[in-house]
Structures are given as structure tokens and as C-alpha cells.
Ligand binder design. Structure first.
Ligand code: SIN
Length: 306
């Protein structure tokens, strides 16, 4: 048996190459995932460009657009092209735009915790977690405040057939229990200037009870399979004791988030990013004290994970 502490850098199954689209240009970001989409202004999108953007999103898992002159209404309209707005548990939106979720940290805020500051998929404790999330940078810091993503489909493809068999029938318990405990423990920081814009909207008991979802998810459009397990909300496995589930969850989290399966984006003003929340994880960083970071998020309602 090989030394289990030795992490072998995976090789051989990466294909994040771009398709030859007619209405957009996709420029891959990393070997594992991600692509910049060029040649479109989202506020003036045609149906043909939209169809290619959706295809590129499902292929690259995370896509981004630079230099987008957009306001909240443009972001709402673009989001609605993909479906209904998703439920956001953490914010009540901004004035007159309840589905535009502010993600804000002021320059003078000092906090141990920021919104999205660990590996997660958005709101998996819900029965129908968001299918797609979008984030628009209005005032990014000059450096720091990057976001990382991890490709759960690629990570799944690198598991052995035997591990895939073990995982196939398992359901992961997704609960906001740990996250809400953290928020409560630091309740003195509930001032939105300090804790970003966190202002819990969904009944906390519903978030804590959470949902049991397949630990290997199948994409409803492409049929691709992906690991659906992460750091923030994956609390257990149905039918297993915590003692049994914890090492398996730890292995899967470590596996999916290894550097080879990730990409990282440096934000600029007017960058819009979107990701397929079913097949990838993401992670924000609390590394820009002294610099304001102002972003706006929207989500698209998903299905019950299968
Ligand atoms: C999120 O978790 O949706 C926010 C990510 C970020 O602020 O970079």
C-alpha cells in the first residue's frame, strides 16, 4: 500500500478547453475549470448569445465577464433568463430589489468571519438549493478579496470505481447548524458593517434541520455527476454515526478542494461571475482589511438534488 500521507498530483483527465462558439468567445481560466466569456454585453444579450453562455456555464462550471456596465435591474433580468430567483437565506436584498443580495465588507470592518469565507455550495440545507449563483463586483479591493472555485465533477471523475460504488447510495446531511452557531457566538458583531450583510431571513430551525441530498449529484441538464460535499454545511451521512461519517466527509472535502481541481479569480470593477452551484464549490477570503468590497449576488432556483 502506498504512503497515505503522500498526495499524488492528479494528471491526465483535464479538459477545460473552449468550444468554438458563434456568438461568444470562451477563454479557459485554469486546467480544472472556469472561463472568461468575451464579446458580449449582458445588458444587450441576444437569445443566440444566451444559449451559448448557458452551454459555456455548464461546460466550464464557472464563467465570468469583464467590463459589464450593469445595474441591479440588468442583473435581475439576466438571472431571470435562467429561471426563477432562488431562495437566499441570509439577506433581505436591497431597497426595491429583494432578490439582489448585497455582499459587503467595509474598509474599517474587522471580523473573524465573512460571508462565504469557507468552502461551500450555496444554501444546500434547502430542499431546493440554488442551481446557479451570480456575483457582480461594484467595488472590489485593489488586491485580495479573490474568490476560488472547486470543480466537483472533475474531483468525482478522479475517484476509483470502488469509491464511486460506495458513495452511490449515500445521502449527505446539509445543515446550517455550524454556521449559525458561529454567527451566534459572535452576536456582538451582528452590526452589518462588521459581519457583512448577513441578516438571516429563513427560519433558523429549517436551516439547522437542513436536508439530506445525494452525496453524488447528477446534473439535470448534462447528466454529469459531481461530488456534493463541502466544508460549511456537510454535517453527516444518513444512516451513519458521526464517528463513521466524519472521516469520509473529511476525505471527500480534502479531495474536492485540492488545488488541482480549483480556479481563482481576481476581481475588477464591473466583473460579473456565475457558477453552476450544483457541480462546484466556492470560497471567499477575509484578506482585504482596510479596503471596501462591494458585490451583489443573485441566485436561480434549483431542483431537488438527484
Ligand atoms: C458567496 O459565497 O457567494 C460569496 C463569494 C465571494 O464573496 O467571493
Amino acid at each position: 500500500m502506498s504512503n497515505i500521507d503522500l498526495k499524488i498530483h492528479p494528471s491526465g483527465q483535464f479538459d477545460n478547453s473552449a468550444k468554438d462558439y458563434k456568438h461568444i468567445t470562451a477563454v479557459p481560466l485554469a486546467a480544472a475549470m472556469g472561463a472568461e466569456i468575451q464579446g458580449v454585453q449582458i445588458s444587450e444579450l441576444t437569445d443566440d448569445s444566451f444559449a451559448e453562455i448557458e452551454d459555456a456555464l455548464f461546460r466550464h462550471k464557472m464563467i465570468y465577464f469583464r467590463d459589464q456596465e450593469m445595474d441591479h435591474t440588468d442583473q435581475e433580468n439576466f438571472t431571470r433568463r435562467f429561471g426563477e430567483f432562488g431562495t437566499d437565506a441570509y439577506t433581505k436584498g436591497v431597497d426595491n430589489h429583494p432578490d439582489i443580495q448585497p455582499v459587503l465588507k467595509e474598509a474599517d470592518a474587522r471580523t473573524h468571519m465573512i460571508f462565504g469565507g469557507s468552502w461551500h455550495t450555496d444554501s444546500p440545507f434547502l430542499e431546493k438549493p440554488p442551481a446557479i449563483s451570480m456575483l457582480r463586483a461594484v467595488e472590489p479591493p485593489p488586491y485580495g478579496g479573490d474568490t476560488m472555485w472547486a470543480n466537483g465533477a472533475l474531483a468525482y471523475s478522479f475517484l476509483s470505481d470502488k469509491m464511486k460504488e460506495v458513495l452511490a447510495p449515500l445521502k449527505v446531511h446539509m445543515s446550517a447548524g455550524n454556521v449559525l452557531d458561529h454567527v451566534r457566538q459572535h452576536a456582538q458583531e451582528r452590526d452589518p458593517r462588521k459581519l457583512g450583510s448577513m441578516d438571516i431571513k429563513v427560519d433558523a430551525d429549517v436551516m439547522i434541520d437542513g436536508s439530506f441530498h445525494p452525496i453524488v449529484r447528477t446534473h439535470p441538464v448534462t447528466g454529469e455527476k459531481a461530488l456534493y460535499v463541502e466544508e460549511s454545511y456537510s454535517m453527516g451521512i444518513e444512516g451513519m454515526t458521526d464517528y463513521e461519517a466524519a472521516p469520509l466527509i473529511k476525505f471527500l472535502r480534502d479531495h474536492i478542494t485540492q488545488a488541482a481541481f480549483t480556479c481563482r479569480l481576481r476581481w475588477a470593477k464591473n466583473t460579473l461571475t456565475m457558477w453552476d452551484n450544483r457541480l462546484c464549490l466556492h470560497h471567499a477570503f477575509n484578506d482585504h482589511d482596510g479596503f471596501r468590497r462591494e458585490m451583489y449576488r443573485t441566485t436561480v432556483l434549483g431542483e431537488v438534488p438527484q
